[in-house]
Design a protein around this ligand. Structure first.
Ligand SMILES: [Ca+2]
Ligand SMILES: [Ca+2]
Length: 244
């Protein structure tokens, strides 16, 4: 089954993507690296998503730059929150120590940042997050994870791996993908300058670099930005006559 339209509950800027982010795979574990960059609650490519919606237990293994005694983890859950059930720390030998276990505070609640108290005793720079994806319906997407040390320091993820990711589906040339006529139709305009109107009436002008059922990649040359625009947010696209 293919992903469907977004449900936006907050009106932050849609176009938070930089040219750096364009090199990352949509929904890959690399999307939890760094500070939060997902524009709101909803199904966005800037967060990690597992391969299946509810197929199995999932995990995220997170590397941080500096070793600290963990005191809190802030998990930014941007789509179908509530699935986190356990947090562990790994030492340099890969030995795992439980730091928190229980019910995700976001389960059945509003809000999208789960603040989990960690009873860390020893310094670590590797944290593993377990999610019961089967229990919480839909893709349980995570945008970013902040580690707070006993010394008060705060860090974002430097590198991440996952049990599975939706990026794998895109890379295997999944033939079950259903391309919408609208997305296919845009391939004729690759390299052309388009005027794109979004559902919040924001207007974007740029050169179309790629088009898929889920998002358009547009180069905004004057501002040196590359933008990933979710197709579900597109209201209108104007194509200049000269480019037909
Ligand atoms: Ca799930
Ligand atoms: Ca992110």
């Amino acid at each position: 089954m293919r992903r469907i339209a977004l449900t936006l509950t907050c009106a932050l800027s849609l176009l938070a993507t930089t040219s750096h982010a364009a090199a990352l795979r949509a929904w890959g574990p690399e999307q939890v690296v760094g500070a939060p960059n997902t524009p709101g609650q909803g199904d966005f490519v800037t967060a990690w998503a597992s391969l299946s919606e509810d197929g199995q237990m999932e995990w995220l293994l997170l590397d941080y730059a500096r070793s600290v005694v963990p005191s809190q983890l802030r998990v930014f859950e941007t789509f179908n929150p509530g699935a986190v059930i356990k947090v562990t720390a790994l030492d340099a030998q890969g030995k795992e120590t439980p730091l928190w276990e229980g019910q995700d505070p976001l389960l059945g609640n509003t809000g999208h940042v789960a603040e989990l108290p960690l009873n860390g005793k020893r310094p670590t720079r590797q944290i593993k997050l377990y999610l019961d994806s089967v229990k919480v319906a839909g893709w349980n997407e995570i945008d970013a994870v902040e580690l707070i040390g006993r010394d008060g320091s705060r860090q974002w993820v430097q590198q991440a791996r996952a049990s599975s990711s939706y990026a794998e589906a895109d890379n295997t040339g999944d033939t079950s993908t259903s391309y919408t006529p609208a997305a296919d139709g845009l391939n004729a305009y690759l390299g052309k300058t388009l005027r794109i109107e979004l559902d919040n009436r924001q207007v974007v002008r740029g050169i179309l670099q790629a088009s898929s059922p889920t998002f358009l990649t547009v180069e905004d040359k004057p501002n040196k930005r590359r933008l990933l625009i979710p197709t579900a947010r597109v209201l209108l696209i104007e194509v200049p006559y000269s480019s037909r």
